[in-house]
Design a protein around this ligand. Structure first.
Ligand SMILES: [Zn+2]
Length: 452
């Protein structure tokens, strides 16, 4: 067993997410293996109350530090890290001029492998311990990302990008060696990768149509069939990001009621289906999200950067569908959860065309941890693994935050009168400098590396 003494943040799953944070100014976090050998939280609470129960246990004392659940990025593009910060005239020119040329490089296994190392190291350096990530349409990119995540024992979900039309040829799925066409081959490759990686260690597979316009009806239908056959796998795509894209989908799939219902019509909405953006929805779309159990990945820095619009929190709450936060790098401008949470606050505040509201700091933090885990189906329900929290039984992924990382942050956090002020100071002023350490739980299948 291992134990840490520091300030501690976790979330009460039974409480209103707006006020669900549980904070210990002087806490104790005790970690140890569960029955399967995976490293989980064994005990958590106030130091004064818990310490007497663990006499003789070596405790790492971290005064002035805050231990919080590892962050969860619900939507990020592994092959777009190198195009972050590329200027463009909106989404479609941004894809054509910057993103597509870079993604073509991931056909190379060597390029993919090197990029996967850098990508995961950057996620961890920013305090992100779980991610639902896009790769490219090249199986090599998926293999590389899974292999690198497995090496780090990181909880990571990805899948082969399905796109059989409306993109440069080098980015489209390819015909198979035995005369199968690209559409059929992409589905075969998806299933092969799914069977190879789903549930291996802490990895999960996501059936990944890029977005409706770049898939034929046959490819979407095949993806829906895979989703029905493998309910334990995830689904990820994009929806309702901007008006040009919506008009394009309408012309391509005129029989569907809306952009979102295109996915439902092909069997791609269910629990563990995660749709990025979800901005330009109507009431029927929101009801469909709720009814199917699909979740939204909110990408505020990307939406602000590309001028796509503002997620409507009040209407989402009313409809009762699940959502959580995401960086959407490279459309997003930072991998830092602090920047994303601040972006979410700005998006929530905007009152043009929707209700403007002030999201509580606890709620912002929850959306990037326990709330994101709930949206992904990784909150421990029905015996599934739990991440994004530090309750007993949760996988022991956490970050060690230095609330005095910069001179101004030190001044501001010292003056924080309550937990919301402390968290909001970190959200507004924080970035990777705050993340002193990111700790990944050892999974049951992990072999110890080196002398222990
Ligand atoms: Zn995206």
């Amino acid at each position: 067993m291992k134990a840490y003494r520091a300030a501690l943040l976790r979330f009460d799953p039974a409480a209103d997410p707006r006020q669900a944070a549980v904070y210990e100014a002087d806490g104790l976090l005790v970690l140890g293996p569960d029955a399967s050998g995976a490293e989980v939280v064994q005990d958590v609470g106030a130091w004064a109350a818990l310490a007497p129960r663990y006499p003789g246990l070596a405790v790492e004392h971290l005064p002035g530090r805050l231990i919080a659940p590892g962050f969860i990025d619900m939507h990020v593009h592994f092959p777009q890290l190198n195009v972050i910060g590329s200027p463009a005239d909106g989404l479609l020119p941004w894809l054509e001029n910057h993103t597509f040329p870079e993604e073509q490089r991931f056909e190379s296994p060597a390029y993919s492998a090197a990029e996967a190392e850098f990508f995961l190291d950057e996620l961890l350096r920013h305090g992100v311990t779980t991610a639902l990530a896009f790769a490219t349409s090249h199986p090599a990119s998926v293999q590389a990302l899974f292999a690198a995540a497995q090496q780090r024992d990181m909880r990571l979900i990805t899948g082969l990008c399905l796109m059989d039309r409306h993109a440069p040829a080098a980015l489209l799925n390819r015909d198979g060696p035995a005369g199968t066409d690209a559409t059929e081959q992409s589905l075969i490759d998806s299933e092969t990768l799914l069977l190879q990686w789903q549930g291996v260690g802490r990895l999960g597979y996501a059936i990944t149509p890029r977005f409706a316009p770049t898939s034929s009806a046959a490819q979407l239908r095949g993806a829906g069939e895979l989703a029905a056959r493998y309910p334990q796998a995830w689904i990820q795509s994009h929806v309702a990001e901007n008006h040009d894209e919506i008009a394009w989908v309408r012309s391509l799939f005129p029989q569907s009621r809306s952009y979102l219902s295109t996915y439902a019509d092909f069997g791609l909405m269910r629990e563990r289906a995660v749709y990025a953006h979800c901005i330009h929805f109507d009431a029927e779309d929101r009801a469909l999200m709720h009814a199917t159990g699909a979740a939204a990945a909110l990408c505020p820095t990307s939406n602000l950067f590309l001028g796509s619009g503002f997620f409507d929190y009040a209407s989402a709450e009313q409809a009762g569908f699940r959502y959580g936060l995401a960086s959407d790098v490279g459309g997003g401008t930072s991998l830092s959860p602090f920047h994303t949470m601040l972006g979410a606050y700005v998006v929530g505040r905007d009152g043009r065309g929707k209700a403007g509201l002030s999201l509580t700091p606890q709620h912002l933090w929850w959306q990037h941890t326990a709330g994101a885990a709930q949206a992904l189906g990784l909150d421990g329900r029905s015996g599934r693994p739990a991440v994004g929290n530090l309750l007993p039984g949760c996988e022991a992924d956490f970050v060690l935050l230095n609330t005095q990382a910069t001179p101004l942050l030190a001044r501001r956090t010292a003056r924080a009168a309550n937990l919301d002020e402390l968290l909001f100071a970190l959200i507004v002023l924080g970035d990777d400098r705050v993340v002193e350490r990111t700790v990944i739980a050892r999974s049951a299948s992990a072999r110890p590396v080196g002398p222990s």
